[in-house]
Design a protein around this ligand. Sequence first.
Ligand code: SF4
Length: 336
Amino acid sequence: MDAGQIRVFEIVERALEGKGLPDEDIETLYGVDPHSRQARYINWAGNELSRRASNGKAEIHAQIGLNGTPCPKNCQFCSFAICNGVRKGKLEMSRAYVVERAKLYEDQGANAILMLSTASYRFEKFLEMAAAVREVIDRNMPLLANVEDMSLEQTRLLKAAGVNGCYHAVRMGEGVVTGISVQTRLETIANIHAAGLTLSTCVEPIGPEHTPAELTEKTRICIASEALSAGCGRRVGVPGTSLYDFGMLTALDNALYVAVYRLATGLNPRLNCAAGTDLIASAGANLAWAEVGVNPRDTENLTEQGGRGRDIDFYREMYRNADWEVLEGPSPGWII
Ligand code: SF4
């Protein structure tokens, strides 16, 4: 082995102590060739550490997309962005559809329910929908929200409506390929914590053009944000979006990245996303999202009908192939 290979093995050995890594080491691991023997060792170590962090349990959270009305924030990877022109006109799921899907997801064994809306959805309406869902699901079932950037008052209103946590991230290229500044995203994350809501985040959406340095910078932001779930998610190429021609990472690339994230962050948090395939799950990703309704990574109005949305059984089978046990019942830690 040459000196570069030896250095990678030494970093991984240190990471296995579960205390995380400095930026310099994280960047080195993100730069490893996914076909190399070092990559296999990183994937093995990521899986090993994720299983220690989670007591060998994987989870399936279930997303309901509330609307697909074109969104003025213009994130170039998103099918909702006005600038991409992929979607036209107002599109909102009915209250009956949303409430029914939430109950169905709970009955099917989802570990948490996530409601998603774009920045063109009325915040008061989101509060009404969240309260309606809260009424029909178990009080121990975490209810999470993925919505636009929020003031402290808005995050408090979310909590009052029965929401327990939020998905929020500083995305790849934030402020350059999106219409939102990094500062605005960070302020919302601070407001989420200040309101007593828990946080889910991720280094995403990653494309082939992103460098190890950029991945390391976003990894550090995620670690500092004290989330209950985090990891690395690849960008899904949606035809018609501005970034589509940059292409997509392979599952092999994404597997390496989730493993590097785990080694970078150590034993905390217990949930490492995004487990989209059994290959990625076998590198340590133990959080997957089932999806219904409208989906920013899709052009179908109902992602579960002919689109890319997958159901809970699909992810159970994926985890079975990667030899992960799926947690029974509500995901712990989100309700504080
Ligand atoms: S990613 Fe979110 S904020 Fe950005 S355009 Fe899509 S819906 Fe709007």
